[in-house]
Every structure is written in C-alpha cells, then in structure tokens.
Ligand binder design. Structure first.
Ligand SMILES: O=C(O)c1cc(C(=O)O)c2c(n1)C(=O)C(=O)c1cc(C(=O)O)[nH]c1-2
Length: 247
C-alpha cells in the first residue's frame, strides 16, 4: 500500500479482501490443473475456452478507450490493447496463447475460430465486455482489478505446468511469463485511479461490487469447464468434444 488517507487504505483493504475470498485461484479446476491432475483433454478444453476470454480482453479495453475523453488516460490504457494484440515489433498475448494451443496439440485456427466455446463461458465473457462498455467509468476500471491477484496465480501456473506436463516449456508458458510484468503495470494505474476516484461511500460500494462481479465472471467460466469436462462430464450441445480441433 502507498501513502494514502485512512479512508483510502481501508477501501483498498476491502478490495483486497474480495480477492482473498473470491478470486478464481481458489477454484478446484485451478488446483487440478496446477497439480498435474488434468488429462490432456481437460487441458485442451481449458485452452480453448480461456482463449475466448483472452480474445475479448482487448475488445473490452477498446470499448473502454472509446469512452475516455482524456488523451493522457487513453494513451496509458491503450498499452493494454497492444499487450494482447501486439505491435509491428512485439508479439502480443493472443499470439502467445495460440502457441500454447499448438503446444497442447490443438489447431490454432480451430481455437481462434471460437467454435466449441461453452455457452456459460460465452455468456460470462460477453457480460464482462458489456459491463465495461456500459457502466460508469469507476466500476468499469474497478472490474479490471482482479489483476491485483493475477501474478500469484500466473506464478503458480508456470511452476505447476512446468513440473507436471510434457507440453510445458518456456515457449508454451511465455504468455504467463509476460503477464508477470504486464499485469502489475496495469494494476498500479488502475488501483490508484480507483482509489483517487472512489470518494463517497456509494462510489466505493460501486467499485467493490464491480470487482465482485468480475470474480464471478472468472468463477463461472471454471464452473462451466468443470461441469462439462470433469464432473459430471455433461458437455452442452455444440460445445467442443474431445478429439475435435487437433493440430
Ligand atoms: O490467468 C489468470 O488467472 C488471469 C486472470 C485475469 C483476471 O484476473 O481477470 C486476467 C488474466 N489472467 C490475463 O492474462 C489478462 O490479460 C487479463 C486482463 C484482465 C482484465 O480484466 O483486463 N484480466 C486478466
């Protein structure tokens, strides 16, 4: 925590508590994945579905950017889009995710087509894009603050994948390695902005509720994955069937 008023410190602690209680690092699917317990079908299902989240992140950031009238804030925020889409000289997160897809045996064209995404994943991710597009700026920024809690899960994931799965190597885990520097940069700006702009109790409640909403967007995706591909293994009509989309 930085130098701040007691009210801001109290509010920041409230936001961090939401992560302690609700972030998706506590979901059993992540425990299964990071401890080496996933079958390759389950890993592939995760890579396919999580790609949909990845692919929508720069779209939600573009929607957010279009609402900003401050050029300084637009300049800061647009780096998030470049982190995912890349630039002429730097590869972005989407390309890195597709290398992970290839590494686990999937056809990257199948993965990027969006075919076979679980319905609940699509609904949750689309709800996040709409939330950021339509809600006031304060909750829109606050909803990105789950990234406060992401570096720990990315570190756990890199270590867990490297230890337990043959497909894991510096190339296939590069996506997570890059997020270790990208996410803290984003969140340093986002957290300060939220703390500076959430003045009233109603503002703070709106920001906290936005963060809770986002933890639910993440949790719902893993619940969907679990029910389709772990237990009871009920794959919804139209969703990916193991064996489809192979490289
Ligand atoms: O692997 C993860 O657990 C995880 C979580 C989150 C998150 O907390 O929303 C993001 C990411 N990864 C991520 O890689 C990423 O680029 C990202 C962007 C955002 C966002 O809300 O703008 N969250 C996340």
């Amino acid at each position: 925590m930085t130098d701040q008023s007691p009210t801001a410190a109290h509010f920041e602690a409230r936001l961090r508590r939401i992560g302690d209680e609700r972030y998706h690092d506590k979901h059993p699917f992540h425990h299964l994945l990071h401890s080496g317990g996933c079958t390759m079908d389950q890993v592939q299902a995760w890579v396919i579905n999580r790609y949909y989240y990845q692919s929508r992140i720069p779209m939600k950031d573009a929607a957010f950017l279009s609402r900003l009238d401050d050029p300084k804030m637009r300049r800061i925020w647009r780096s998030r889009i470049e982190d995912h889409d890349g630039t002429d000289t730097h590869e972005g997160g989407i390309a890195r995710w597709l290398r992970l897809a290839e590494g686990v045996g999937l056809d990257p064209e199948y993965v990027s087509s969006g075919v076979g995404i679980l319905p609940a994943t699509r609904f949750a991710v689309d709800a996040y894009v709409r939330f950021v597009r339509d809600e006031p700026l304060l909750p829109a920024v606050a909803s990105s603050l789950t990234e406060l809690f992401a570096p720990k899960i990315h570190k756990d994931r890199i270590a867990g994948l490297l230890q337990h799965y043959d497909f894991a190597n510096p190339e296939t885990t590069a996506y997570f390695q890059h997020r270790l520097t990208e996410a803290p940069k984003d969140v340093a700006f986002g957290l300060k902005w939220v703390l500076d702009n959430a003045i009233t109790q109603a503002d703070q409640d709106a920001a906290a509720n936005a963060l809770i909403f986002k933890t639910e967007v993440l949790w719902a995706q893993l619940d969907a994955l679990w029910s389709a591909y772990v237990e009871p293994g009920r794959i919804p009509p139209g969703a990916w069937q193991p064996g489809e989309g192979q490289a």
